[in-house]
Design a protein around this ligand. Structure first.
Ligand code: ZN
Length: 108
């Protein structure tokens, strides 16, 4: 997914009294079901320039608290879709997407 698609899918900007920036967070309702919950993570004055808002959004995209990159296939996704694993071997430790984890024998 490109940056643009990520922003479109997982980041929302609301303009009212303030400019509020929301991020989608994954909330697992069961093993294979999730809902996206919108959390406001930044509030800026309505006079804030578009450039500044864009730079905040780019920082969010780079923030590993919200978006993680799979250590094996390098795929980026919402942190909630990733799993942090401590494996027996160092190459099996780190943050991985579910499809790479299944290649290690983890079931989802
Ligand atoms: Zn992966």
């Amino acid at each position: 997914m490109s940056d643009k698609e990520f922003i479109k899918k997982y980041i929302k900007v609301e303009r009212a009294k303030y400019i509020s920036i929301y991020i989608a967070e994954v909330s697992w309702t069961s093993v294979d079901n999730y809902e996206l919950e919108w959390t406001c993570i930044k509030k800026k004055r309505i006079s804030t320039s578009t450039e500044e808002i864009e730079s905040i959004i780019n920082d969010i995209l780079k923030n590993e608290k919200y978006f993680s990159r799979c250590q094996k296939c390098n795929k980026r996704d919402l942190a909630g879709f990733m799993n942090s694993i401590k494996g027996h071997k160092t190459e099996n430790s780190g943050i991985f997407c579910h499809s790479c984890l299944s290649t290690f024998g983890y079931q989802f």
